[in-house]
Design a protein around this ligand. Structure first.
Ligand code: NAP
Length: 322
């Protein structure tokens, strides 16, 4: 009998076809009713799951009898209950590295857009407000040779730092829970405490994974440390930042601008952020290019098939229980 795979979000069509050729595949479709109900039903006799962006925990996985792996088409895995998966000996795999450069590109896009007021000026031009040469209200901030502070010098943080260092001659500061001496050396990056990084940086990019220590890492105290001309960028996870504190900071003009790809609640439908000129808001598209999403789907597929065929996948997050 064919093994069963549950696809719990949209998936690359070629990968879906490959799966359908090998396994019995069930696709969770929000149009067919309550998603968690569908998951509870379909997971009962499933061997594997693949997808992204859904909360998966005891409440929708408890019916699973033989689930071997959840293959996430993402690098972040904060939406899965890891303790529960460990207890049930269900592997969780992810897709690191293939999205690193693309997400770093997006972080730098946000940095540049916020620094140079790109969305605001685009609207200003299109609305016919360009009647004479741009004046102070339209001026941005220099990026070249400024100080870039990276909170979370992991794969993506380092790729952002490389862009700043090699491309823009920036002075790099970083903050992690542990120093990264070799990596820092190659970027001439200096390790500092969080407050010092915020006080010294012209640009701050948050690239940590969401975990118990990074939740609400940046709140009112941290925004108060930043310079009035600073630009704040978050491509990590919304919950790393106290969103209301950021809104208050932007409304009060305590920093120059922010560039955001992630939010406390997604999709973001309503927010005070929408009424602010000094924030660039993107809809969680860090890895969203055609090429990279394809690579992520291919890697997630390989992780899934390896597990189902008795091999250890290349990227298991919770390998320790096995
Ligand atoms: P990674 O290589 O694991 O890097 C994460 C870094 O954060 C590590 O260097 C870690 O170092 C640091 N860190 C974790 N907790 C910290 C804390 N409390 N304080 C300071 N530093 C902390 O992961 P990655 O591949 O770069 O991805 C990072 C995150 O970006 C993902 O987990 C995901 O949430 C997010 N992401 C978003 C998008 C998007 O579309 N916007 C796309 C891809 C990824 P230490 O352990 O030494 O502290």
């Amino acid at each position: 009998m064919k093994k069963k795979v549950v696809v719990f979000s949209q998936l690359d069509q070629d990968i879906l076809q490959c799966l359908q050729a090998q396994y019995q595949v069930e696709v969770i479709n929000p149009k067919l009713g309550e998603v968690n109900e569908q998951i509870r039903e379909q997971v009962k006799d499933a061997d594997g799951m693949i997808g992204a962006g859904r909360l998966l925990n005891e409440s929708n996985l408890a019916t699973a009898q033989q689930l071997k792996i959840i293959s996430s088409v993402s690098v972040g895995y904060d939406n899965y209950d890891l303790a529960y998966l460990n207890q049930k000996k269900i592997w969780l795999s992810n897709t690191p590295h293939v999205l690193t450069e693309t997400t770093a590109d997006l972080a730098f896009t946000l940095l540049m857009s916020a620094a140079r007021k790109v969305p605001y000026l685009d609207q200003w031009t299109k609305q016919g407000q360009w009647k004479r040469t741009a004046a102070e209200a339209q001026f941005g901030r220099d990026v070249f040779a400024k100080t870039l502070g990276i909170i979370g010098l992991g794969n993506i943080g380092a790729a952002v730092a490389r862009r700043g260092f090699h491309g823009f001659n920036m002075n790099i500061l970083y903050h992690n829970r542990r120093e990264k001496l070799e990596l820092a050396q190659s970027l001439n990056a200096r390790y500092c405490g969080l407050d010092e990084l915020l006080q010294q940086s012209d640009f701050v990019v948050v690239a940590v994974d969401l975990n118990t220590e990074s939740k609400a890492l940046i709140g009112p105290h941290e925004f108060d440390q930043m310079q009035p001309h600073a630009v704040f960028v978050n491509i990590a996870r919304g919950s790393v930042v106290d969103e209301q504190a950021l809104i208050d900071t932007l409304k009060a003009g305590k920093i120059f601008a922010a560039g955001l790809d992630v939010y406390a609640k997604e999709p973001l439908q309503e927010s005070e952020l929408f009424s602010l000129d000094n924030v660039v808001t993107l809809p969680h598209v860090g890895s969203a290019t055609a090429e990279t999403r394809k690579k992520m789907a291919e890697l997630a597929y390989r992780n899934l098939v390896d597990a189902l065929e008795g091999r250890t996948p290349a990227y298991v997050v919770n390998a320790s229980f096995s």
